[in-house]
Design a protein around this ligand. Structure first.
Ligand code: AHM
Ligand code: MG
Length: 318
């Protein structure tokens, strides 16, 4: 009998309380996966005609995935608010505004891959609200460092749909089995290989990178002989890094001085997963991703996520 997602309830100090939320993520993932597979027949590909808070064109599938995710969080009955890449403000779930948990999400990460049938993903994390349960949840509830995260993970919509998550007791990968309609444990206790793998970065930006990153990457290439892979969807690039080793980076550059990726629903959840899998998650100025105190819901940060040796080499730490 394959072990399913419900085993999360036996894990760590918060497994039992996080399980309904992770199961909600699983239900959203099944719906989003099915939506992705049929989008072309339903006219659901292409731009929605709106912009998100980042000033980026929203795809129809960004908007639909966001709606699906929000509905599934609502249906758990345990989530008081959701901070989403696709929503400027914190979304309070009025029916459960006194619940304990706040979820951060990028509902459809890597959406530029949609037009080319490339992999995309969902990224999430969960924190406990800071405000009293009888107050209305507030954006300040989301502004918590990675040290406060109780559960995090991602869904990869690739040839198979996988849910990879952690409740702070290691990282486990579950693959959706259409025959049983369940996420089944396929990758128990994932550990990032200490050496080998690939470096993964949009190298077209190299001439604009700050902090000597261009020459540090050249050093990494020479010292390790790592190959290069870049999907352009963080979930797919991180998933490969977890399984094969190496490093994923999105550095600061002269145009984007804080990099591109968002702290609360991209960097922190992936940093949490990396560290739980034995890897390293750094930003600039010697800051660990999980130690950064967030100032804003949609704040960006440079990220270097991967094996200790590869991250240290990129940051010039020998
Ligand atoms: P998105 O959340 O709007 O999809 O943007 C984030 C994506 C990441 O998945 C990926 O790592 C990065 O943007 C790729 O950016 P670039 O096209 O600049 O290489
Ligand atoms: Mg994203």
């Amino acid at each position: 009998m394959p072990i399913s997602l419900s085993q999360i309830a036996q894990q760590g100090a918060h497994g039992a309380s996080m399980m309904p939320i992770i199961q909600g993520v699983g239900r959203a993932a099944i719906e989003i996966s099915s939506l992705l597979q049929t989008a072309v027949f339903k006219g659901a590909l292409g731009v929605a005609g709106s912009e998100n808070i980042q000033g980026e064109q929203q795809q129809k599938l960004d908007v639909l995935s966001d709606e699906i995710f929000l509905e599934e969080m609502k249906s758990t009955g345990f989530v008081c608010a959701v901070g989403s890449e696709e929503q400027e403000e914190l979304l309070v779930i009025n029916e459960y505004a006194s619940a304990d948990w706040v979820v951060l999400v990028d509902p459809l990460d890597g959406s530029s891959n949609l037009d080319v049938d490339g992999p995309v993903g969902t990224i999430f994390s969960v924190v406990k609200r800071k405000t009293d349960n009888n107050e209305r949840p507030h954006v300040s509830d989301t502004l918590q460092s990675g040290q406060q995260v109780l559960a995090a993970g991602y869904v990869l919509y690739g040839p198979a749909t996988m849910l990879v998550c952690s409740v702070g007791a290691g990282v486990h990968g579950f693959t959706y089995n259409r025959a049983s309609s369940r996420f089944e444990l396929s990758h128990p206790d994932m550990k990032l290989p200490a050496t080998g793998g690939y470096y993964s970065v949009n190298e077209a930006n190299a001439d604009k990178w700050l902090n000597n990153m261009g020459s540090n990457l050249e050093n990494l290439k020479q010292e390790t002989g790592l190959g290069m892979r870049y999907v352009g969807a963080m979930v797919a690039d991180i998933h490969r890094t977890l399984l094969k080793g190496g490093v994923f980076l999105y550095p600061a550059d002269s145009k984007n001085k804080s990099g591109k990726l968002r702290l609360l629903y991209e960097a922190i959840p992936m940093g949490f997963i990396m560290e739980q899998a034995g890897g390293k998650a750094m930003s600039d100025d010697g800051m660990a991703v999980l130690d950064i105190e967030p100032q804003a819901l949609h704040q960006r940060v440079p990220v270097y996520l991967g094996s200790h040796s590869a991250v240290d080499c990129l940051l010039g730490i020998k």
